[in-house]
Design a protein around this ligand. Structure first.
Ligand SMILES: Nc1nc2c(ncn2[C@@H]2O[C@H](COP(=O)(O)OP(=O)(O)OP(=O)(O)O)[C@@H](O)[C@H]2O)c(=O)[nH]1
Ligand SMILES: [Mg+2]
Length: 402
């Protein structure tokens, strides 16, 4: 009897909770779509609390010093995700060991052990005030996030100092050579699937891709180039419309941006304005500028997709000149769309990602050429800087002609 009453009571609570959750999501608009719920599977930001160990007590009678508390360090580790981190550290609290106290038999207190925690490569760490603490871009690199307190000694009255204690934000920025940027439905995932080993979901509705995917392109000489596909950007992404700017951080570290646009244009829904292919390029330019204007200086390739559709060639001919002189084209747009600077595309390619394997080969070759040219340019710049440094040093140390 008691059992059935309990069961009935529990069932009632469960139903009430579900109804409440549903009405909350209804209040904020439509109920959450199932495929969007999957988004929670992708974790790219996490806040954790870190505390260095406290210093050990000193021993005033003999002038003994307490041991220093351990530091908390993050260590970049390959093949790891933030989810793995969370599995190992579900409390999201990291503490280093305290320093040992000073005794008559051990006058110098032992040093507290540092706590080294593995995090994925590509993490950027910020403090409470969103001030950058550091980046972990290379495997095995380390970052100190909370210092241990110094041991008790004469200067602090032989009381060990507390370790640094703060909350830090770990933000994962994927590390890929290339980032795909474009409106939803433009064919980014189709291109990624055709050009690399990735198997992204492809469908004819916007926002098919809801979390970043990385694919690796393999060349005949075994060179590998990685490409990241991001959820589509829409106008107003800076106001958090669509998937917002949240995912743009993942292209910050890429060496080349590949813009994929649909020659037939884009319309999110009948409620929204239709945007032509040129409009989408101008709007992408604006969204990138609003996110971080430095992104506009990155090497860029413009891929005009769906050239197999009806009237595509004519549409392209209409906008060809404007695409090649994007600065002028942008200046004719209204202020809210206009950006102060235009992207300089290194190359513009017309393709059909879905139906033309030869186009895919061409994209692959051009990507490689652009990466190589840019690498050489960067090397030359670095060499020139080091040559200039050498000359400056020689000037300082060399004999002075009178
Ligand atoms: N005709 C034609 N259709 C294409 C081409 N490339 C992609 N499509 C179609 O366009 C639709 C969208 O393709 P996706 O690759 O999912 O587009 P996406 O840019 O990844 O879209 P989101 O993930 O929503 O941002 C699918 O129905 C594709 O089959 C193409 O070259 N020609
Ligand atoms: Mg996609």
């Amino acid at each position: 009897m008691l059992n059935t009453t309990m069961n009935h009571f529990l069932k009632k609570i469960l139903i009430q909770t579900i109804v409440r959750q549903y009405s909350v999501s209804k209040k904020n608009g439509k109920p959450i779509r199932n495929h969007l719920k999957q988004n929670s599977k992708f974790l790219d930001s996490l806040r954790v609390h870190v505390r260095g160990g406290a210093g050990g007590f000193g021993f005033p009678k003999y002038g003994g010093e307490g041991g220093k508390g351990g530091d908390v360090c993050l260590v970049a580790t390959e093949d790891m995700t933030l989810k793995d981190f969370l599995r190992k550290c579900p409390q999201k609290r990291i503490r280093a060991e305290m320093g040992g106290n000073s005794h008559s038999r051990c006058i110098l207190g032992p040093i507290g052990e540092d706590k080294k925690v593995n995090v994925p490569v590509g993490i950027t760490v910020y403090d409470d005030q969103n001030v950058l603490i550091g980046d972990l871009n290379e495997a095995n690199s380390e970052l100190l996030v909370a210092k241990g307190g110094s041991g008790g000694n004469k200067t602090n009255g032989y009381c060990g100092v507390k370790g640094e204690s703060r909350s830090v934000k770990l933000e994962l920025k994927l590390i890929a050579d290339i980032g795909l940027v474009g409106f939803p439905n433009a064919g980014k995932s189709t291109l990624l699937k055709a050009i690399s080993n990735a198997k992204p979901k492809i469908a004819s509705y916007p926002f098919t891709t809801i979390r970043p995917n990385i694919g690796v392109m393999l060349y005949d000489d075994l060179r590998q180039i990685s490409m990241a596909d991001l959820p589509g950007l829409v106008e107003g992404a800076h106001c958090n419309i669509g998937m917002g700017h949240r995912f743009l951080r993942h292209v910050e570290r890429t060496k080349l941006l590949v813009f994929v646009v649909d020659i037939t244009g884009f319309q999110l829904s009948p409620k929204y304005k239709f945007r032509s292919c040129l409009d989408t390029v101008v709007l992408l330019n604006k969204e990138l500028e609003l996110y971080k204007k430095e992104l506009l200086d990155k090497p860029a390739l413009l891929v005009i997709n769906k050239m197999d559709t009806e009237g595509a060639k004519e549409k392209y001919l209409e906008i060809k000149d404007q695409l090649e002189n994007l600065d002028d084209a942008i200046s004719s747009y209204p202020d809210e769309i206009k950006s102060s600077k235009a992207i300089k595309f290194d190359k513009i390619l017309k393709i059909s990602a879905k139906n033309e394997p030869d186009d895919i080969k061409r994209v692959k070759t051009v990507i490689r050429e652009l990466l190589d040219v840019n690498e050489e340019l960067n090397n030359n710049i670095e060499n020139n800087i080091s040559l200039q440094n050498l000359k400056d040093q020689l000037k300082e140390r060399g004999p002075v002609l009178v």
